[in-house]
Design a protein around this ligand. Structure first.
Ligand SMILES: [Zn+2]
Length: 300
């Protein structure tokens, strides 16, 4: 089905208004400053520089000064079409949520740009709006009940973790390369379990290099047990196929057949499920790996 425009409401339910204003206006301001190249920050406001007072300083800055305030990396250029593309991607995620709310067993959206590295008020990792968090929040507001997010991208879903960190009604689970060796480095450890009052609502499963189908499925089985115990009404799966054996960024060894087995394991949860595309850098293999996962989900 074709995605439909859901307006700004479901996005504002997740992201900070000042951040959204920045995303929408930054490129125009950047051009007004005389720049034509992609907006990439050159400076980041480390919190230890000024006792936490840097937030107020950055809020009054130009697009150039504020860029470092609203992102955590230099890998995510902001360009002319960024905001429009991010909005379209979020609309795809919301339309997939609609399909599940209408009674579908599962729905998939090929979201581009991806979303799971975007937090409440920051972007990074090629992500600007957190599609999974937006879909999860929309599912909760439309149908009530708890929602679980099972992040199967190779990298830690740091943005999703931040957004739901203090929310005991949303379980966030991420299976990923250990942050000691892999992006985004500073988060994704097993000790991160959620804020006071929401302890246990965040589960990180950091894994060593070389994880094959068998080891990955074992991690998915453990994570699925946790999801089942949480007893959510809906499941959102940010699916990255950068866990693939030939992926140039990831160092896992999941095979195309493995994705079908992972899909079947997720299907065994018997939950209405929204699957949203995240990473995948073996570009020629993305389609068949995603299709394999979806076939498993359909069969399971
Ligand atoms: Zn990734």
């Amino acid at each position: 089905m074709a995605p439909t425009d859901h307006g700004t409401g479901p996005i504002e339910a997740v992201h900070d208004p000042r951040y959204l204003h920045y995303l929408e206006s930054a490129w125009t301001e950047w051009q007004a400053l005389g720049f034509e190249h992609p907006l990439i920050p050159d400076t980041f406001p480390l919190s230890r520089l000024l006792d936490g007072r840097l937030d107020a300083v950055a809020a009054d800055g130009t697009a150039r000064a504020m860029s470092g305030h609203f992102t955590f990396d230099t890998a995510t250029p902001l360009v002319a079409g960024t905001y429009v593309a991010a909005r379209a991607s979020a609309n795809c995620a919301l339309s997939a949520a609609d399909a599940v709310l209408a009674g579908g067993r599962f729905a998939f959206a090929a979201c581009r740009p991806p979303g799971h590295h975007a937090g409440r008020d920051f972007y990074g990792g090629y992500c600007f709006l957190n599609n999974s968090a937006i879909a999860a929040t929309a599912l909760r507001s439309a149908a009530g009940g708890r929602v679980a997010v099972l992040d199967l991208d190779f990298h830690h879903g740091n943005g999703t973790q931040q957004i739901f960190w203090d929310d005991p009604e949303v379980l966030t689970v991420s299976i990923h390369g250990h942050p000691d060796r892999q992006y985004p480095y500073f988060t994704g450890r097993a000790e991160e379990i959620g804020a006071a009052g929401a302890e246990g609502s965040n589960l990180n499963v950091p894994l060593p290099a070389g994880v094959d189908d068998h080891a990955y499925l074992a991690a998915v089985a453990g994570a699925s047990d946790r999801v089942a115990r949480f007893d959510p009404a809906h499941l959102v799966v940010p699916l990255g196929v950068d866990t693939f054996v030939d992926d140039p960024l990831g160092d896992f060894a999941v095979t195309t057949d493995g994705y079908a087995r992972i899909g079947r394991r997720v299907a065994s949860l018997k939950l209405p499920t929204v699957v949203l595309l995240e990473g995948g850098y073996a570009v020629g293999a993305i389609g068949r790996n995603v299709a394999s996962f979806l076939r498993g989900l359909e069969q399971g």
